[in-house]
Design a protein around this ligand. Structure first.
Ligand code: HEC
Length: 244
């Protein structure tokens, strides 16, 4: 081998080495910027997966779509805000948790109960387990997920404005004050300290708190685009909605 050949061979080998190295994953796989999901992409999926017909009139379809994406693909609002028993969510003929029928995709939630509330989470607290207090079950009033569908005003969850909705998620404030703390003249349908009867229990508002105002606005807008569920035969008056 001449010196020129040796230099050439060494260069060729290091080039191969570089190619092999660059193909190796030294860290987590990189996603190219142009492969990231845009809000538009998510909104498009959201509009496709909504299990109910949407009223887009006068609404920004991107907000409605993004809201649907968060509600139906991420936050599972309907998992809690649909009536008990669990079968009500999908119905027996399209239930992904049953052996039959298999693979009956898409597993769309049943429209007649969708976000209408009514799932029972047991009595409100406090309960005590090994000296540790937890919010439920206790001996207070039943904790029941609320009706999130719009009423005759067109505003979601029985007429709450965007400002009120943001406040609910940011602070857990219960505008209906369904389970106040016991004390003074309040002796029934109340919860004992240390549970805070002013805030929503079970509802994951401390987690949803981390969403941006834009994302929460999208959820609120989506909730105003879904059909109203009246729930007039509900034994729980707070679930009853006056539909248009
Ligand atoms: C783990 C179950 C669970 C999940 C998941 C859940 N919720 Fe709730 N939510 C509840 C329960 C239970 C209540 C009523 C709590 C109470 O009475 O203290 C409630 C109450 C609410 C209220 C108050 C309604 C009113 O009329 O004041 C809103 C708004 C709400 N939920 C929105 C949502 C949205 C939006 C999502 C999804 C992003 C969601 N929830 C997901 C359980 C849940």
């Amino acid at each position: 081998m001449t010196l020129k050949q040796i230099v050439k061979a060494t260069l060729a080998m290091s080039a191969v080495g570089m190619i092999v190295l660059s193909g190796m994953r030294l860290g987590p796989p990189k996603v190219h910027a142009d492969e990231q999901d845009s809000v538009q992409d998510l909104a498009e999926i959201g509009l496709k997966i909504s299990p109910v017909k949407l009223n887009l009139e006068g609404k920004d379809p991107t907000l409605v779509g993004l809201g649907s994406y968060i509600v139906n693909a991420q936050a599972d609002c309907n998992g809690c805000h649909t009536s008990s028993p669990a079968d009500a969510e999908y119905g027996a003929s399209n239930n992904p948790y049953l052996r039959s029928p298999l693979n009956n995709k898409p597993w769309k939630a049943q429209a007649q109960y969708y976000l209408g509330g009514g799932q029972i989470f047991g009595p409100a607290g406090p309960g005590v387990s090994s000296g540790v207090y937890f919010a439920g079950p206790g001996n207070g009033p039943l904790l029941i997920s609320r009706n999130l569908t719009p009423d005759h005003t067109g505003l979601p969850e029985g007429g709450h404005t965007l400002e009120q909705f943001l406040n609910i998620i940011r602070t857990g404030h219960d505008y209906d004050h369904l389970h106040p703390n016991c004390g003074g003249s309040v002796t029934t349908n109340c919860v004992n300290a240390p549970v805070n009867g002013d805030v929503l229990q079970v509802m994951p508002w401390p987690t949803f708190n981390n969403m941006t105002d834009y994302q929460l606005t999208a959820i609120w807008t989506y909730l105003s685009a879904i059909p109203c569920i009246a729930n007039t035969d509900s034994p729980y008056p707070n679930l009853v909605n006056q539909c248009p």
